[in-house]
Design a protein around this ligand. Structure first.
Ligand code: AMP
Length: 282
């Protein structure tokens, strides 16, 4: 496995792979790897000749009062873990390497970014698209891998790929969870012992909402029950709890068959997100 820190070096590796007719799978991450990231890499390994994993805590997707500085980082540990699932190249650039200039030209995410995490984190998805578009250009992947954990992010990236004709396929990998149901996240390390005990209530609340909706078809009732569960079982503060169609992220109608149930909850100072995607026949 090679650890590459410069764009020049990455492009050389990509050029060589392309000249040998190799397919490329890209797994973008912010590092501090856990099993969720490793599942993405493992899937990419099965589908492609060359697997590139980027590890870059992207400053442009963090708001001024968010956790960019304190976000956990450990490249040495990440490299050991990535090697176990057969990653070929780690691309771990510095901020200066990725953003040497600021020509004032930005990508702006559209309607899908105005709600859910986009409403609470203004500009977040613009930053995500900026870094993802750059990573797509630099690594020229045949396929890029994203987790359903960030369902809104995948939906927005899919739209960019479609609308701006990126010549690649997006593959989505299901959410990897702890045994008690908590979605794995690099941010889980922020949780105190007590907060960690409360956190599984988030996934429980999503399941409660899904079951209630399937039984009664009443969105508001399902949301109420789910929110009550979070309020009863945690000291957390709900940022949002929403039912939308997926992947277009529009309000539910009688015609909706593909659903996203998504929530963000502050447990202490840590903002955790989780979701369930499900489908009905009618
Ligand atoms: P991050 O490092 O948090 O930016 O995540 C990098 C990629 O890993 C994104 O596509 C995430 O959706 C995905 N990911 C993060 N956590 C999980 C998880 N628990 N299960 C599956 N994919 C995940």
């Amino acid at each position: 496995m090679k650890v590459v820190k410069t764009i020049v070096e990455l492009k050389e590796q990509v050029k060589r792979a392309k000249s040998e007719g190799k397919s490329i799978g890209l797994v973008p991450t912010m590092g501090y790897l856990h099993e969720g990231h490793l599942t993405l890499a493992d899937t990419a390994r099965q589908d492609n000749d060359l697997v590139i994993m980027s590890i870059f805590v992207n400053p442009t997707q963090f708001g001024p009062n968010e956790d960019f500085e304190s976000y956990p980082r450990d490249l040495e540990r990440d490299c050991k873990l990535a090697e176990t699932v057969g990653v070929d190249i780690i691309f771990a650039p510095s901020v200066e390497e990725m953003y040497p200039t600021d020509g004032g030209i930005y990508i702006r995410a559209g309607r899908q970014a105005e709600i859910l995490c986009g409403a609470s984190r203004p500009g977040h998805f613009d930053g995500v698209l900026q870094v993802v578009a750059k990573l797509f250009h630099l690594s020229e992947p045949n396929r890029a891998y994203f987790g359903q954990k960030d369902a809104q992010q995948v939906a927005i990236i899919q739209t960019m790929v479609r609308d701006y004709n990126f010549p690649l396929e997006i593959r989505t990998v299901p959410i990897v969870r702890e045994v008690d149901g908590l979605a794995k996240s690099s941010r889980n390390v922020y949780l105190t012992e007590q907060e960690r005990k409360e956190a599984p209530a988030i996934f429980e609340s999503l399941q409660i909402a899904k079951e209630e909706y399937l039984a009664s078809r009443k969105v508001e009732k399902a949301k109420e029950l789910a929110k009550k569960h979070i309020e009863d079982k945690t000291t957390g503060k709900i940022d949002y709890f929403e039912f939308l169609s997926y992947p277009d992220l529009k309000p539910i109608t009688n015609e909706t068959r593909d659903f996203l149930l998504a929530t963000a909850v502050y447990i202490g100072k840590t903002r955790l997100i989780d979701n369930i995607i499900f489908h009905t026949k009618g």
